[in-house]
Design a protein around this ligand. Structure first.
Ligand code: URA
Length: 206
C-alpha cells in the first residue's frame, strides 16, 4: 500500500526543503518537523491491546500499544528523520542500518547493522528521506526481515515512481508512506524535481 500524506503543513515545509537556497539548519529542522507530522498517519493502524488500570474514579480496561516500536534509519540520511519521529514515539527503540550506494552501479552495500531485541514482535519503521531506485530500501527491508520482523513500514519524504514500483514488487507486505511522489529519476539516479542529495543537505557536506 502506498500512502502519500498530503497536508498543507507538510507541503509548505517540503517546499522550503526543495529550495536550493535553504541552508543546513532550516533543511534539517523542516525534515525533523515533517517526520513528526508523518508519524500521526504512519501509526494510525498500530495494534492495541487491553490494559487494566485504575483511574482516580474507578477500575477501567484501557488500550495500550500492543507491540514495541523500532525506528530504523538507513544511514546516513535517515538519521535526519529520527528525532522528529521520536518526539511523538519517545519509547521507540532505534536500529541502525548502514548502506551506501555504489556511485556507478547504484547498487546498495551494507557496512553496518545494529538492532534492538524482539524485532520479531516489533512494528519496524524504516526511514530514509529519498526513495529513489528503491534499491537501498529494498535491501533494508530484507535485512529487518532476516531479523524476524514481519510488521514493517517504510517512511520516506520524497519518492520516485521507480522506487515505489520496486518496493511494491519485492515487498508487497510493506506499507510505503511518502510526503510527495515526484516525477522520475534522472540519469544520475536523483529524484526530479526532488531536493538534491538529502544526506549532504542534512549534514552540510558535499
Ligand atoms: N538520494 C538523494 O539524496 N537524493 C536523490 O534525489 C536520490 C537519492
Amino acid at each position: 500500500m502506498l500512502k502519500v500524506i498530503d497536508h498543507p503543513l507538510i507541503r509548505h515545509k517540503l517546499t522550503v526543503m526543495r529550495d536550493k537556497d535553504t541552508g543546513t539548519k532550516d533543511f534539517r529542522d523542516n525534515l525533523d518537523e515533517i517526520g513528526g507530522l508523518m508519524v500521526y498517519e504512519v501509526t494510525r493502524d498500530l495494534p492495541l491491546k487491553d490494559l487494566e488500570i485504575e483511574t482516580p474514579i474507578c477500575p477501567y480496561v484501557a488500550k495500550t500499544l500492543a507491540t514495541p516500536i523500532v525506528v530504523a534509519p538507513i544511514l546516513r540520511a535517515g538519521l535526519g528523520m529520527v528525532s522528529g519521529i521520536l518526539s511523538l514515539i519517545p519509547t521507540a527503540k532505534v536500529a541502525h542500518i548502514g548502506l551506501y550506494r555504489d556511485e556507478e552501479t547504484l547498487e546498495p552495500h551494507t557496512y553496518f547493522e545494529k538492532y534492538p531485541k524482539h524485532m520479531d514482535e516489533s512494528t519496524v519503521i524504516i526511514v530514509d528521506p529519498m526513495l529513489a531506485t528503491g534499491g537501498s530500501s529494498a535491501a533494508a527491508i530484507d535485512m529487518v526481515k532476516r531479523q524476524g520482523a514481519t510488521n514493517i513500514k517504510l517512511v520516506c519524504l520524497v519518492g520516485a515512481p521507480e522506487g515505489v514500483e520496486l518496493i511494491e514488487k519485492l515487498h508487497p507486505d510493506v506499507d510505503i508512506y511518502l510526503a510527495a511522489l515526484d516525477e522520475r529519476l534522472n540519469e544520475n539516479g536523483y529524484i526530479v524535481p526532488g531536493l538534491g542529495d538529502a544526506g549532504d543537505r542534512i549534514f552540510g557536506t558535499k
